[in-house]
Design a protein around this ligand. Structure first.
Ligand code: SAM
Length: 241
């Protein structure tokens, strides 16, 4: 069976014959925007059960029911890579979460650093961006977006078994190779527009589980740095090899 083109991330469990009720937004999208009717095929995933081809059984303006027919793709988790980043302007923060999902991060952790310009995030909005990105990139996994927390607090409770790849703008110069770094769980740390403060830099330098890296000779915007660092990690330690 051909994979359905329209993909939807749902909360409901998925399995053969499983009826999946739609919320008003999803019904509006499928039946008003995409103009699907009874019998149309849609790809569903929920982050746990892989991708399922489902058929529209009921189509109303603000509700509907899809029924799962067969599994179209198995559940695939990204490598064990987390992204720690300091939120920047709204659209650029949305972009960061979208790209972290597409490029293959398992968790997104926004942190407040000394020079973070944004004191709040809309976690629900960022989570919705992660869901939409997974829908677009044929992913079956949606990385959870955590609450905003101070970087110092995160580091104080950090499990040293997970190494941190710290993109340190002070090292800007020849790009690094990550070959030789141990496999296993990692997190990438990217700073805000203002970079890291000297006390933060000193703290990070003193932690055994932190590896500082350069992302090349130019200073990148934070959103570009996120993409560059994930690409570097994925191509040497992740699932792009
Ligand atoms: N205001 C800072 C400065 O002028 O040095 C630049 C901060 S940069 C816009 C935002 C973040 O991207 C940095 O904190 C760092 O994590 C990362 N970054 C940007 N360019 C980098 C590079 N060449 N090497 C390592 N990290 C970089």
């Amino acid at each position: 069976m051909e994979r359905a083109k329209i993909r939807l991330c749902v909360e409901h469990p998925l399995g053969a014959g499983q009826a999946v009720p739609l919320d008003p937004d999803q019904a509006n999208y499928l039946f008003a925007v995409m103009r699907l009717g009874v019998g149309a095929r849609v790809a569903l995933f929920n982050g746990r059960d892989g991708e399922w081809t489902a058929e529209v059984a009921e189509a109303h303006k603000k509700r509907g029911i899809l029924v799962c027919i067969e599994q179209a793709a198995p559940q695939l988790a990204p490598p064990d890579l987390w992204l720690i980043f300091a939120p920047i302007k709204k659209e650029r923060t949305d972009f960061i979460v979208e790209k972290a999902t597409e490029l293959g991060c398992a968790k997104v952790l926004p942190v407040q650093t000394e020079f973070t310009n944004s004191a709040r995030i809309r976690k629900d909005r960022l989570q919705a961006h992660a869901r939409e990105a997974a829908e677009q990139c044929l992913g079956t996994f949606v990385p959870p977006v955590e609450d905003l927390q101070p970087l110092a607090k995160l580091l104080a409770g950090w499990d040293p078994a997970r190494r941190i790849l710290w993109a340190d703008e002070a090292l800007a110069g020849p790009a690094e190779t990550l070959a030789g770094l141990p496999p296993g769980p990692w997190a990438i740390l990217i700073g805000p527009e203002g970079g890291f403060s000297e006390p933060e830099r000193e703290k990070l330098r003193g932690l055994d589980f932190v590896t500082p890296v350069s992302l090349g000779p130019r200073i990148l915007r934070a959103d570009t740095a996120v993409c560059a660092a994930i690409t570097l990690w994925q191509s040497t330690l992740g699932d792009w090899r």
